[in-house]
Each structure stands twice: as C-alpha cells, then as structure tokens.
Design a protein around this ligand. Structure first.
Ligand SMILES: [Zn+2]
Length: 192
C-alpha cells in the first residue's frame, strides 16, 4: 500500500466507515511508514478529543439549574457603586483643583521650566497648549462676566470661580460620604 492509499483510509477512519480489512492494511502500512504513523497519531488524537467533547456534554436540565442559581445570587450592593462614584468625584475634584492651580500659575511654571534644558521638548507641547487654554479661559471669563453683568452682580475678580467650583465638588463629595456613613450605620443596626 502506498502513502496516498493510506491517507484515504485514514479519512475513512475519521469518518468511521473503515472496514476491518481496510483497518488491517492501514495498520500494516503505519507500522512500516513513519510519516503515515505521525499523521495517523494526529488524526487519532483529534478523533479522541472529539469523542471526549461529546462525553462531557452537559446533562439534562444543567442549563436551567445554572440559570436558577444565578437568579438566587444576592443583588450586588449598590453601596459599592456609590463608593466608586464618590471616589471618582474625589479624584476628579483633586484633578480639577490641581488643573486650576496649574492654569492660574502656568506662566510662572513655564518660566521656571525655561531654566532647565531638559524641559525643552515638553515646553514645545505646553506652550501652544497654554495659548489655547488662554483663549478658552478668555472666552469662559467673557461669558462669565457677561452672565455676571446680566445678573447685576459686581465681580471683576474672577479667580473665585475655580475656588467656588472646587468647593462645590468638595461639598458634594462630603455629602455623599456622610450619606454612605448613615447607610452603613443603618445596615449595621439592622443586622443586630
Ligand atoms: Zn505512508
């Protein structure tokens, strides 16, 4: 038997339509031909993993039981989500605060950075960004002062605006923290 014939018999073996006589002659070829032996071992292991897959097929009603178990799991605590939000707010307010401090002092910072040559590549990014921020903050302060004028308020010094925003964020964060504490206390006394 040549390797081509052995190959076609291996395909028949995979399709599980190999006769006893064909199995015998294939077996004889494999014993003498290393290449076909390797091929057969690969095919055979594929066949075996397929039959194992069908063996581990889920028993009757397995899926229903899984769905039932999932439905019985306790509801996820909304408290964790609340803590996450207040944590995010904390990070956010610190970033905003830092951002305002940097923006308000950016000319001083850029001047300081000019003294050190290693900041040169950074400055090529920061200086155009700073100009853009200047334009934006000019527009924002124009809008705010127009708004202030329309509200009949006198406020030429607008540096309080970032502080006000920072204060509001800090206040919201404190409020959420207190609310969480109250919820935690209630659930503790409820458990007792
Ligand atoms: Zn062969």
């Amino acid at each position: 038997m040549d390797c081509e014939k052995a190959g076609s018999l291996m395909m028949k073996y995979m399709d599980m339509i190999l006769t006893d006589a064909e199995a015998l002659s294939l077996n004889r070829h494999i014993k003498t031909c290393d290449q076909c032996k390797v091929d057969f071992l690969v095919y055979d292991s594929i066949m075996n993993s397929f039959s194992e897959m069908s063996l581990v097929e889920a028993p009757e009603g397995f899926e229903d039981r899984v769905m039932e178990t999932i439905a019985q799991l306790p509801e996820p605590r909304t408290k964790a989500a609340g803590r996450q939000i207040s944590g995010l707010l904390g990070v956010f307010s610190v970033l905003i605060g830092l951002g305002f401090i940097l923006i308000l002092n950016k000319d001083a910072i850029i001047g300081w950075m000019h003294m050190y040559p290693q900041f040169e590549p950074l400055l090529s990014i920061i200086v155009p960004a700073s100009t853009a921020i200047d334009n934006i903050s000019l527009q924002v302060s124009t809008a705010i002062s127009e708004f202030s004028l329309s509200m009949q308020q006198i406020g030429p010094d607008l540096t309080f605006v970032p502080l006000l925003l920072f204060g509001i964020l800090a206040g919201v964060q404190f409020f959420m923290y207190r609310k969480e504490r109250v919820v935690a206390k209630k659930s503790i006394s409820h458990d007792l």
